[in-house]
Design a protein around this ligand. Structure first.
Ligand code: PLP
Length: 297
């Protein structure tokens, strides 16, 4: 049974022609809706956001909308009309609740593509559904590091590679996860060609050494994570120093603890990286996840 709620955006961009609706219409998620010539399908040419929805509340909605705009800028695409997207997310959650009741955890996916080839009109939709059960991952994951093949300064030297944009071209990220599975792991930490720890295929890396918590600096062609920002808030509220740094991948083995953090899955403590075991502080990880799941901003 398809339990998803789908809203098609009639005015995804600030440049979209006026319409008589609120900028979106509900449609069946069980029926085909996207044109086969849409550049999002034929070229992976577009961008997306995935937002956690907990007890009906979308988490970090404004940072996600800001990143949506940032991806559009990096991709030379029309500016998303964030007022329409915001309303669509809230309406999608409301419609889902009306049909299925309030569920503890949902996710909302926002997708905007360059549109059907030749039209110059972007396509957008919001999709709300029940998330996967991440209970096991929140207790621990095995991770391997994989070379991303780009230097840490790729965003500056080669902006056309779109590193740091949340593009729909995630086939490479999926391939990395299959490679991890072949090596007996569940996730990946990408490393730059010149040896710096970057991010996961769908997450940011958090590194704790004593009372110091760091994450790779976002000028290295990686996403500025909304979850990572909240993780920093959590640690700062406990008097722990946080910082953004260029972190040599070799330093990860010396960490007291590592987490991969992302919307929906939240904080997954690393139990093993490239064969080196990490002691997991289960209570701390549980507290961190409780904090993340209770965010109201
Ligand atoms: N890095 C990449 C490549 C991602 O795809 C994601 C999220 O999917 C993240 C980091 C984490 O971002 P957020 O915490 O905002 O979900």
């Amino acid at each position: 049974m398809n339990t998803a709620t789908l809203l098609l955006l009639t005015r995804p961009a600030v440049t979209s022609a006026p319409t008589n609706d609120s900028g979106f219409v509900e449609a069946s998620a069980a029926a085909p809706q996207v044109n086969v010539m849409d550049l999002g399908i034929t070229r992976g040419d577009g961008f997306f956001e995935t937002i956690s929805v907990v007890d009906g509340h979308p988490q970090a909605l404004e940072p996600h909308l800001a990143r949506l705009k940032h991806s559009a800028e990096l991709m030379d695409m029309p500016e998303p009309d964030t007022d329409v997207w915001r309303l669509a997310v809230l309406a999608g959650i409301g419609a889902h609740q009306l049909e299925h009741g309030v569920e503890r955890e949902l996710f909302a996916k926002l997708i905007m593509t360059r549109g059907v080839e030749g039209t110059g009109t972007p396509t957008g939709w919001v999709y709300v559904d029940t998330g996967e059960d991440f209970t096991a991952a929140r207790q621990g994951i095995r991770v391997v590091s994989l070379d991303r093949g780009y230097r840490h300064d790729v965003a500056e030297t080669s902006p056309w590679l779109l590193q740091g944009a949340k593009t729909l071209s995630y086939a490479v990220n999926r391939a990395a996860l299959r490679e991890a599975a072949r090596r007996g792991a569940q996730d990946v930490i990408f490393v730059s060609a010149d040896g710096f720890a970057l991010e996961g295929p769908t997450s940011n890396v958090i590194v704790r050494n004593g009372d110091r918590v760091r994450t790779p600096q976002t000028d290295q062609g990686i996403l500025a994570g909304t979850t990572q920002a909240s993780v920093f808030e959590f640690f700062e509220s406990r008097g722990i120093r946080t910082s953004y740094e260029h972190i040599p991948a070799g330093e990860l083995a010396d960490a007291d603890a590592l987490w991969l953090v992302s919307s929906v899955r939240q904080a997954a403590p690393v139990t093993n990286l490239d064969g080196r075991d990490f002691q997991v502080d289960a209570d701390l990880s549980a507290e961190l996840n409780t904090y993340l799941l209770s965010r109201t901003h």
